[in-house]
Design a protein around this ligand. Structure first.
Ligand code: WT7
Length: 634
């Protein structure tokens, strides 16, 4: 098991050591795992190409470390508690031994369909145990999983399947989500029709049991796939730098890119950060409410906890079904010790009133976590007072899909906390702030661009099929630095406060959405000439989506037309990207070189119209008045 810091002195020593001797520091953590062959070199890197290699030459399998390694000491310990969405549903528990068997069987099923090392397998599933079992089954045989959040549309799914050239899609028949049953297999069928020619098999998990259309050439039920397989599947020997998974995420331009994480470094990093940030103790019950379709679920529902032999929980449902007490009822029922959720959920529950939280016994809680977006002070205090009953530390964890694991976070009862501050970088994380020219900002209390100057084991290695894009997006803004896309401020004690994205990426309810993606979707609507999308502050979602849309000629029924625009976005991306506000405009403010002046639009969307700055250099300054007059947030 990796080291666990216990005191402030431990943290200071670990941090110092990790900066002075990164190879020793991470090499020592890595020794706690099972390697079939030890690495030749802990780290080889440059941020120019970029080329980052951790534990090169090392051979391992991450599932050996998540599962087999624990069988002797924790075989009968509960590895996974799954909580059903249904109110009368039966929850499920898997011991490490049971989870091991299920993963091995699933892996053998995948093999029987010709899936082998390096093949890509896309998951489009609800939060059911089969999703966790399936992703581990891929890792067992060296197949690269790519999990697509099941709220994305057929088109978004097809884009990802095609980019990854996946051989297989694994889905359910229907999903249970709150009071709804969502037809998932039908979305996959549609995606296939859009031309996912690489797909040879669609595996369907019988979840609700409702009837689905069947394609004899492609489809097979999961229970048939694993009906006659062995309980053991020998783990594939992976190189430390072999890809473990691809996870698509939005950027400021173009289609989402496939962030690639590899095996050895990701393993060491998620285990280390899980154990330290949540201060996990052997008998604790740990619950992260994220969806496995996002990086939080990958690193802190599946890999980090299982690597450390933890009991991890997985919840199928939503926080407000049947009412806003659902999370707290589950915490009480399972005596949850560490609870990890997103600010948007906290704000949504806070808005429903204190009664829902006050009536439950939450005395088992030891650590509260938050992730995904900046947490506002009001939500932080509510979380601290109402959920934590003023006695439990909150860890505000800053990180990204690309970082693989938590980068900046308080350590519970070890470092102090300051509301809305993600606080201190973890050992191994050399954060710096720079100005727009790339000069290091040494002084404190100044806003700067957040960068990292040395690799950590969980850093992304490339973007799938397009290494140039990886370089361009993360390593080109400033030479020799990884650029996060976030702005931050540091206080005099060295705590970081994350301000938010400085690129054209929105954070809506903790979901990352590129404005360019939404614009491209809107522009698919018949009758739309051009559009510009910006974010604005939203009480629950953190950011809302505000779309300015130029139409061809006059629209007779504006309300109907806006619905059409919203529906197009839903079809192209999914409901999470639907604009909250659509304003029809006759033009967009542009510079003389034809660039949209988003700065002005952002101010208008925020309702902050008093000082729009100099608009005289615009090609069409007169348009600003028109847009202001009809703006929705005043
Ligand atoms: C972006 C990354 C990391 C898992 C979930 C999101 C924002 C993330 C925090 C935080 C302020 C945060 C940043 C970051 N973000 N955590 N604790 N405080 N902002 O992963 O979808 O890759 O999004 O989320 O803007 O760049 P993601």
């Amino acid at each position: 098991m990796v080291d666990q810091m216990k005191t402030l002195d431990d943290y200071k020593k670990a941090y110092k050591n990790s900066v002075e001797n990164p190879k020793d520091f991470w090499g020592k953590q890595a020794e706690n795992f099972v390697w079939y062959k030890k690495w030749d070199n802990v780290l080889d890197w440059n941020f120019n190409e970029p080329n980052v290699k951790w534990f090169e030459g090392g051979k391992l399998n991450i599932t050996e470390n998540c599962l087999d390694r624990h069988l002797d000491s924790r075989g009968d310990k509960t590895a996974l508690i799954w909580v059903s969405n249904e109110l009368d549903g039966e929850d499920k528990k898997y011991t490490y031994r049971e989870l091991h068997t299920e993963v091995n069987r699933f892996a053998n099923g995948l093999k029987s369909k010709g899936i082998k090392k390096g093949d890509r397998v896309v998951f489009y599933m609800p939060m059911v145990p089969e999703l966790m079992i399936g992703m581990l089954a891929c890792a067992r045989i060296g197949a690269i999983h790519s999990i697509v959040f099941a709220g994305f549309s057929s088109q978004a799914l097809a884009d990802r399947v095609q980019d990854a050239e996946a051989k297989m899609i694994i889905c359910s028949d229907f999903n249970n989500r709150g009071a709804k049953k969502i037809p998932v297999k039908a979305v996959v069928d549609n995606a296939i029709k859009m031309g996912c020619t690489s797909v040879e098999t669609v595996v369907v998990h019988k979840n609700t049991g409702a009837e689905v259309e069947w394609n004899e050439n492609l489809d097979i039920y999961l229970h048939d796939l694993t009906a006659n397989v062995d309980d053991y599947c020998k783990p594939e020997e992976m190189d430390a730098e072999d890809p473990l998974f691809i996870l698509y995420t939005s950027g400021s331009t173009g289609k989402p890119k496939g962030v690639v994480h590899t095996t050895g470094g990701y393993m060491v990093y998620t285990a280390y950060t899980f154990k330290n940030v949540f201060q996990y103790q052997e008998d604790d019950i740990y619950w992260c409410t994220a969806d496995i379709g996002w990086i939080t679920g990958h690193s802190y529902i599946t890999y980090g906890p299982l690597l450390e032999g933890a009991t991890t929980m997985m919840f199928e449902g939503v926080p407000t079904y049947p009412d806003a007490g659902r999370f707290w009822e589950i915490v009480q029922k399972y005596k949850v010790n560490q609870f990890y959720t997103a600010p948007t959920a906290i704000r949504a529950l806070m808005a429903k009133g204190d009664d829902f939280v006050d009536k439950y016994d939450l005395s088992s809680l030891k650590v509260l976590g938050t992730v995904g977006e900046p947490i506002n002070e009001e939500a932080w205090i509510w979380y601290f007072e109402k959920v934590g009953r003023r006695s439990i530390p909150i860890v505000d964890t800053w990180w990204q899909t690309e970082t693989g694991g938590i980068m900046i976070s308080p350590l519970p009862l070890i470092t102090d906390m300051r509301p809305t501050f993600a606080s201190y970088p973890l050992p191994g994380i050399q954060t710096i702030l720079v100005d727009t020219e790339g000069n290091t900002i040494e002084e404190n209390e100044v806003e700067g661009l957040l960068c990292v100057k040395h690799p950590w084991p969980g850093i992304l290695r490339t973007t799938w099929g397009d290494h140039k894009r990886c370089k361009q997006t993360y390593f080109s803004a400033f030479p020799e630095l990884y650029f996060t896309g976030d702005a931050a401020r540091r206080d005099e004690d060295g705590r970081y406060r994350i301000i938010g994205r400085v690129d054209d990426v929105l954070n809506v309810s903790g979901h990352r959405i590129g404005t360019a993606e939404v614009e491209n979707a809107i522009n698919e609507t018949p009758g739309v000439v051009e559009s510009a999308v910006v974010g604005y502050p939203h009480d629950i979602k953190g950011q809302g989506i505000y779309a300015f849309v130029i139409t061809k000629g006059k629209i007779s029924d504006e309300a109907e037309f806006k619905k059409l625009v919203a529906n197009t976005v839903r079809t192209e991306i999914g409901p999470i990207a639907k604009p909250d506000i659509i304003q029809l405009v006759s033009g967009l403010p542009k510079t003389r070189s034809g660039k949209i002046m988003r700065r002005i639009l952002r101010k208008i969307a925020t309702g902050d119209m008093s000082n729009l700055g100099d608009i005289s250099t615009l090609l069409n300054p007169e348009i600003v008045e028109e847009i202001k007059r009809k703006a929705k947030n005043k």
